[in-house]
Design a protein around this ligand. Structure first.
Ligand code: SAH
Ligand code: SF4
Ligand code: F3S
Length: 446
């Protein structure tokens, strides 16, 4: 057993976890392969957010077993129990549920993976470094790219929005010590990283450890952390995902204004334009609070772009509620929205106690109308971008065309007149010429 194939589903937190998992597997001399066929062992880092996400994993597992692989499962489908320990019983029930799976482990137990794998191959080496005492969040990631990095600052969620499985999958909110995060970010920048994304289920619920709190007494904890990281010399771009509207305030805006290397784009999931729906979802914020915040943000940083998450067809969502969301798209001018059809998750408050009243057809209709609304707004907004000059961090070069994101979160492609890859990881000034599709622009190098 020498080669492994890892597939990651879900959010950026899972991608960040997978980079740590790769470090652990590398430490026992397992080699990562790009094609499942070439592997001996397959690991799926899973997402549970919607039924569809879990169904996809079932499909992949079936295929991997057909190919005769040893299959392991981790991530959010391997739930955290109420006792906060992953008990043997639960492990057994999951293995039974997925008949075809050979082993499961909780992501925070990744450091015990070498031991677990020795059951399948006694030649598995002991790790060259010891992970024993290490909180998994402190395991150094194996970065895929040398110019950008995801850095977890907290994990878990205590919000218990009525529809959401994350608090059950990831367990309680837990913040990483301030110094560990800052050290990791400094190390990345020293190694040439230009863009850092701070990740967590609710980044702005970040909680300072006591030793840091004693020395720093201003603003909220997340604003302090953000400010400190933004000051790292040579860090070109800092962004974070996802913040919760409930904890968003002027302090974060002030830190963004002060530090121009913080990206001029913000992902702020609102979920619905109807306060009644937000209450039912247990979001603990209302629409006027959300729009007050975005108004203040735009006043302070007029060039900011905003993206969001929406759930359509949540329990008892009326046409009027839905129209409130449509209206919000007109006024907020989101440049992107991840729109989901409500999916019942067993074990959540809505899943167990509320009726899934909206038919799948109606959810689809609302999904399509809202997607069309998003495009309609963007067609108008995109025109205003023509002629602007943006700083693009190139992340891909294909057939002489470079592409990447601007500081304002827009995808821009531009010809580089040659097919080499030396542009990848560089920040280039690009003038926007046209909006080739709704989601991206064409530009030319300045
Ligand atoms: N912590 C973030 C969201 C993380 S989950 C926040 O609070 O904003 C990512 C997104 O998945 C959510 O924003 C929501 O839009 C969607 N989602 C979560 N549970 C869902 C469900 N049961 N059905 C459909 N979409 C869901
Ligand atoms: Fe889920 Fe709500 Fe927590 Fe976000 S804040 S992860 S939506 S429970
Ligand atoms: Fe999915 Fe877990 Fe992220 S459920 S969205 S991978 S926190």
């Amino acid at each position: 057993m020498k080669k492994y194939f890892l597939k990651t589903f879900g959010c950026q937190m899972n991608y960040s976890d997978s980079e740590k998992l790769e470090s652990v597997l590398e430490s026992i001399a397992l080699e990562q392969v790009e094609r499942i066929e070439e592997s001996d062992i397959v690991i799926f880092n899973t997402c549970s957010i919607k039924q569809h996400a879990e169904d996809r994993v079932f499909g992949y597992v079936r295929n991997a077993k057909k190919l005769g692989k040893i299959v392991g499962l981790t991530g959010c489908m391997v739930r955290k129990t109420s006792t906060q320990h992953f008990e043997k019983d639960e492990k057994d029930s999951l293995l039974k549920k997925f008949e075809r799976i050979d082993f499961v482990f909780r992501i925070e137990d990744m450091k015990s993976l070498p031991e677990l794998l020795q059951e399948y191959d006694e030649n598995i080496q002991r790790p060259k470094i010891s992970f024993d005492e290490l909180d998994y969040l402190n395991i150094s990631p194996k970065l895929k790219e040398n110019f950008r990095a995801f850095v977890p600052i907290m994990t878990g969620c205590d919000k218990f929005c009525t529809y959401c499985i994350v608090p059950f999958a990831r367990g309680k909110e837990r913040s990483r010590p301030f110094a560990d995060i800052v050290n990791e970010c400094e190390m990345h920048v020293k190694n040439g990283v230009k863009e850092i994304t701070l990740v967590g289920q609710n980044v702005n619920a970040y909680f300072l450890d006591d030793s840091t709190r004693k020395t720093l007494q201003r603003q909220t904890d997340f604003a302090i952390l953000l400010d400190e990281i933004a000051q790292i010399k040579n860090l070109k771009r800092l962004q974070f995902t996802s913040p919760h509207p409930r904890h968003m305030g002027q302090d974060v805006i002030d830190v963004m204004v002060k530090n121009e290397n913080i990206a001029r784009t913000l992902h702020l999931p609102v979920q619905s334009g109807s306060t009644k729906m937000l209450q039912k979802m247990g979001r603990e914020h209302n629409i006027s609070r959300f729009t007050d915040f975005t108004k203040n943000l735009r006043k302070a940083i007029p060039e900011i772009t905003i993206t969001t998450d929406i759930i359509v067809g949540f329990c008892d969502e009326t046409e009027e509620d839905f129209q409130e969301t449509m209206k919000l798209f007109n006024s907020e001018k989101f440049i992107m929205a991840y729109i989901s059809k409500y999916s019942v998750r067993k074990g959540t408050i809505a899943g167990d106690k509320m009726k899934d009243t909206i038919s799948l057809e109606e959810k689809k209709r609302r999904f399509e109308l809202l997607t069309e609304k998003l495009k309609e707004v963007l067609r108008k907004e995109n025109k205003k971008e023509i002629g602007k000059i943006e700083e693009v961090l190139v992340d891909e070069v294909k057939n002489g065309i470079a592409s990447g994101k601007s500081h304002r979160g827009r995808t821009i492609r531009f010809p580089i007149g040659e097919k080499n890859k030396r542009f990848i990881g560089e920040i280039i000034s690009v003038k926007i010429i046209s909006s080739e599709s709704i989601w991206s622009f064409t530009g030319e190098m300045m």
